[in-house]
Design a protein around this ligand. Structure first.
Ligand SMILES: [Zn+2]
Length: 434
């Protein structure tokens, strides 16, 4: 296939922009990029007219729990939400069916918003993998490990056994990268954090974990070891380049040096962090230090949206605000974190994250016909400050068209909405007791 009549924001190392550009791909691989004149070299390719839209690499949502969409808008403004509300709610309600339904719906929402790759951690992650395949996105999917009885674990740490099985099942899939996902340092003991790490080493898969998100987490490691959470994890030998850390809010300069030295990937989740009043991670410092930094939405009970446009706008504005400097984090740097930055954090930057010959055809066309898209003096600025997910018109993942003219081709999400109505009473009855 060939896409013409677009402005290509390549997000390559020069951040080259090609106006009136063309991108050609055979099956799942990009084979040529250039100006209109290259079209004549491909007389037999199917042509997509981009209608003067902006073509970008697919967004990478570096941290979410998409199945939690089943509980979106429930109990948003309560104190101590995670332990008092969310964990009990999950224990009583989450089953295979809810994860299957929630993940399908969440992945539909991501696809329509131009997310082509996402990193997820939850329970019954096999259901998330099946939904991801069905809709056709790329997923780095981790089964959660915790030190308590969980929706799919009859005893503490049973997630480790699930991971073992789950990884073997999906290891060779073209769209799924299975992962090990200990929930957080404080919800596993040292031995089991190390077991999770060695399992990831043995199977050669990523490890995903919330790190340095909570005040009580920092207090625990300071009281017990006189260390920060990052220093504690480093001291037990579980930080290396296969680690994707979500949040990393409560970090000092020494922690940042450790993250750089160990090549830890980072998902910065500003929307969820702001809503949870957890603080602002030093993302600008991380970016300037050259850390592997991507952006994530977090779960839709924490951040409520799964789209990267919302994240990009918030990242730009909140960091300018807290640094009292309107010049920091230029719009191109923001788009970089939402695309190739996320790919770096996931160690996938040789495969995805930019529009370059030899890379996977994971492409998103943002139309420029809607009222909020004109005029355009700076493409990056339009994407970060005035576009939204409803401007995504075509989404291609692994060379296949998933969204065309704003319609999702691989799933009927409206029928899924009706399923949520059926479980609403059951959810509310339990939520009212918490
Ligand atoms: Zn999370």
């Amino acid at each position: 296939m060939l896409i013409k009549n677009v402005t290509v924001l390549t997000m390559n190392s020069n951040k080259d922009i090609i106006e009136n550009g063309v991108v050609v791909f055979d099956d799942d691989i990009i084979i040529d990029i250039g100006e209109e004149s290259i079209i004549k070299n491909y007389p037999n390719h199917e042509v997509i007219d981009g209608k003067e839209g902006i073509l970008i690499p697919g967004f990478i949502n570096a941290h979410t729990h998409c199945s939690m969409i089943a509980f979106r808008s429930l109990g948003d403004d309560v104190p101590n939400r995670l332990k008092r509300y969310l964990f009990p709610l999950e224990k009583m309600l989450v089953d295979k069916e809810i994860v299957a339904l929630g993940s399908k719906y969440g992945i539909c929402e991501m696809a329509l918003a131009g997310v082509t790759t996402f990193a997820d951690m939850y329970y019954f992650e096999d259901e998330v993998a099946k939904s991801t395949k069905e809709i056709g996105l790329r997923g780095i999917l981790g089964e959660t490990i915790v030190d308590f009885i969980a929706p799919d674990a009859k005893k503490p740490y049973e997630g480790l056994e699930y991971c073992n099985w789950f990884i073997d099942k999906w290891k060779d899939d073209n769209l799924i990268i299975p992962a090990v996902a200990p929930h957080a340092p404080y919800s596993s003991d040292t031995l089991h954090l190390q077991k999770a790490f060695y399992l990831a080493e043995e199977k050669d898969v990523p490890i995903i974990m919330h790190i340095a998100e909570m005040d009580y987490e920092s207090e625990k490691y300071m009281n017990e070891y006189n260390l920060t959470p990052v220093q504690y994890l480093d001291s037990i030998g579980v930080l290396n380049s296969r680690m994707l850390g979500a949040h990393l809010i409560k970090v000092n300069d020494e922690d940042l040096e450790i993250l750089k030295k160990r090549e830890v990937g980072i998902s910065h989740n500003i929307g969820a962090n702001a809503k949870g009043a957890h603080g602002v991670a030093p993302a600008y410092k991380m970016y300037n230090m050259g850390l592997k930094l991507g952006l994530g939405t977090d779960g839709p009970m924490s951040g409520n949206t799964l789209d990267m446009f919302t994240q990009m706008g918030l990242v730009a504005k909140i960091h300018k605000l807290v640094n009292n400097d309107r010049t920091i984090f230029s719009a191109d740097q923001i788009l970089e974190m939402a695309t190739i930055g996320g790919a770096r954090a996931l160690n996938l930057d040789k495969k995805i994250g930019s529009i370059e010959i030899g890379k996977k055809a994971d492409l998103v066309l943002v139309e420029t016909e809607s009222i909020n898209m004109q005029p355009i003096y700076d493409y990056y600025s339009v994407l970060v400050y005035s576009a939204n997910s409803s401007n995504v018109s075509t989404v291609i993942v692994d060379g296949k068209i998933i969204v065309k003219d704003k319609a999702l081709l691989t799933q009927d999400y409206r029928s899924l909405s009706n399923e949520f109505k059926k479980i609403k009473d059951r959810v509310m009855t339990i939520a009212n007791t918490l």
